[in-house]
Structure formats: structure tokens, C-alpha cells
Design a binder for this molecule. Sequence first.
Ligand code: ATP
Ligand code: MG
Length: 219
Amino acid sequence: MNAPGNVLTLALSKGRIFDETVPLLARAGIEIDPQITDSRKLILPVPHANLRLLIVRASDVPTYVQYGAADLGVAGLDVLLEHGQQGLVQPIDLGIGKCRMSVAVAKGFDYAAAIRRGSRLRVATKFTSIAREHFAAKGVHVDVIKLYGSMELAPLMGLADAIVDIVSTGSTLKANDLVEVETIMQVSARLVVNHAALKTRAAELQPLLSSLQSVVQAS
Ligand code: ATP
Ligand code: MG
């Protein structure tokens, strides 16, 4: 479905990212009708703002923007780094979706000693690139095991020695007798723009980017 004329397409995921982006847009003068979110539609028009929202899976946001199927998107730094930054420009840290990427192990597992021994560490994660890069930079040999969720189970069941995952309060780790042993990076959601659109659609993009920039700076 092609948008008429010069409508901009913004990709974002349901849940936390959507819920935290809507107030930012409102402060930038773009009111989203709350009713709109109740529908099962995946393309949500916001005609008064010359915008439409695409509802995609969080990890698919960079893909839509990279290929220009969306002009811009909102995605966590975790997702962006895992995907790779090709074809993407990342102009604004939106300061929402704040969390961190950490290494955690089962309570009682001697992480420092395991690393010192130089034996291969088994690491379960959804973020295989980030994990590989992190341990390579430390000179730690790892076998990375890809999981899609419930990472906390892996050390408990002996599937892995450690996990690399998103942590916010740490209560999920605690509930599963895991301890955070290393912070890899601080994470927040970023606005990403298709590299080509930044030039070809500058007239429509620039006002939106600058008002979002002001909103974020003021918060
Ligand atoms: P799904 O939960 O559907 O498998 P997902 O985990 O990628 O997909 P969300 O849980 O909505 O999707 O997370 C979206 C983004 O929000 C993440 O990429 C991350 O940047 C951020 N995030 C994840 N968990 C938290 C958290 N507990 N607190 C704050 N931000 C978080
Ligand atoms: Mg999630």
C-alpha cells in the first residue's frame, strides 16, 4: 500500500517502544489517537501529521528502515547493534526504553575464575553478535548459543555458563538465582532514519527530526 504524496512512514514495535514513543510524539505536536492502538491494523495513519506508523516486530525495525520500506523507525540500541548499521543514520537518542546489556551467571558460579582459566565459556543469548564482540574484545573464548527468549533458564539447566541479556531492574535475574557480573553497555531507544531518505525526503524529515530533538533535549 503506497502512501499518498509525501507521507512519512515510521516503523516501531508494539509494547514498551510504542507506549514510550507516543508521548514523545505528542510533545512534538503529533497527537496519536489512543483508539488507533486498539485495532489490529499494522499500518496506522496519522493524517494530520503527514505520517503513518508501521507496527513491526522490534528486531525488524532496522530492516524496514535499511531497505527504505519505512523512512524512519524507533529501535533499541541493542537491536540496532545486533542488526548492523548499514543504510541507517542514527540521529537522535530518544532517552526511552532505558536498560542495560549485561552478562549474568548462576549464583555461585565463579565467573572471574572461569575467565582466568582461559577455558571456553558457554554463553546463551539472543544477542549473538554483541556477545561475540564483547568477549572477543576481552580475549575470552566463547561458544555462543542462540536463544530466542527465557535466557535466564540456560545457566540453571546447564545449557550455558553465562547469559548476555537486557537487564532493567534485575528482578528477573534475582528471581532465577542469577547475578549480574558485567555490564556490556547502557541501552536506550534511538530514532533511525533511512540513509537515502535523509537526503531525498529532507523537506518532510527535517521538521520532524528537529522537533523530536528539542523534545528530547528538554526532558
Ligand atoms: P519480544 O519481547 O516481542 O520478544 P523484544 O524483546 O525485542 O521482543 P520489547 O520487549 O518490546 O521487544 O523490547 C523492545 C526494546 O525495549 C528492546 O530492544 C530494548 O531496547 C528495550 N527493553 C527491553 N527490555 C526492557 C526493560 N526491561 N526495560 C526497559 N527497556 C527495555
Ligand atoms: Mg521483550
